[in-house]
Design a protein around this ligand. Structure first.
Ligand code: SAM
Length: 233
């Protein structure tokens, strides 16, 4: 898949002056943000985050979000993935089929029930299921731990979130369901991969074009949940 508006080697359009008073790293971040075609596209198309395009690109290719599917979105703020999930599943405001959770506030989204709480709280799984009203067909997790500036620590924390999300997915998904979660290159533990391979028909890593090349971010996609012994196929 091609990245929008990316023409190799094209010069940056917006530049921040050295005299702006910003640190070099902040200046670089701002320049990249201002020149990012996904940022422009998200503003034009009404998505709350450029991250929305990661889910759009993954779903265009792997067809996870079917009309009527029930979805849980872990780490949802500011809400881009939830917007995509609600639109693609046709979730209705009077009977939402999408439940989102984040400890940060998320402004209301039609067709999405939003829980403002920490997914790591003991009662989060039960609250999510109660809000959805049935088992999910899809568990999404774009959760990322807040950055500390120490990359290794950040990766370990985000990998922990990925593992807890995977554990949750195999406890709650409907047979045939899918799990998609943020991870890092080289970060997925063998034990997690083995567990997912035992429980899903296929497991692989995906890097959508909207995920920046220079970022070590990857997504773990597990498709076709085999079901638990207590479940009807
Ligand atoms: C990359 S952002 C998600 C972007 C979102 N997918 C979108 O499209 O707008 C990661 C989110 O994970 C959330 N998060 C991290 N740890 C969490 C936790 N333990 N419980 C709930 N949310 C968490 C953060 O607050 C942050 O909003």
């Amino acid at each position: 898949m091609k990245k929008p508006g990316k023409t190799g080697g094209r010069a940056l359009k917006a530049r921040i002056k050295r005299k702006s008073g910003l640190k070099a790293s902040s200046r670089r971040w701002l320049e990249r943000h201002l020149n990012d075609p996904y940022v422009h596209r998200s503003k034009a198309e009404g998505y709350r985050s450029r991250a929305a395009y990661k889910l759009i690109e993954i779903d265009d290719r792997h067809k996870l979000l079917k009309p009527g599917a029930k979805v849980i979105d872990l780490g949802a703020a500011p809400g881009g993935w939830s917007q995509v999930a609600a639109a693609r599943t046709g979730s209705e405001p009077d009977a939402p089929g999408v439940v989102a959770i984040d400890y940060l506030g998320v402004d209301p989204i039609a067709g999405v029930t939003i829980l403002e709480m920490d997914f790591l709280d003991d009662d989060a799984p039960a609250r999510l299921l109660k809000a959805l009203g049935s088992a999910p067909d899809v568990v999404l997790s774009d959760m990322a731990a807040p950055t500390t500036g120490h990359k290794r620590t950040d990766h370990i924390r985000t990998m922990h979130l990925c593992e807890v999300a995977a554990d949750f997915a195999v406890k709650v998904l409907r047979p045939g369901g899918h799990f998609l979660a943020k991870t890092f290159q080289g970060g997925t533990e063998n034990a997690l991969l083995t567990m997912l391979k035992q429980n899903f028909a296929s497991v692989h890593h995906v890097k959508p074009p909207a995920s920046r090349d220079e970022s070590v971010e990857l997504y773990l996609l597990a498709k076709g949940f085999k079901g638990r012994p207590d479940q009807d196929p």
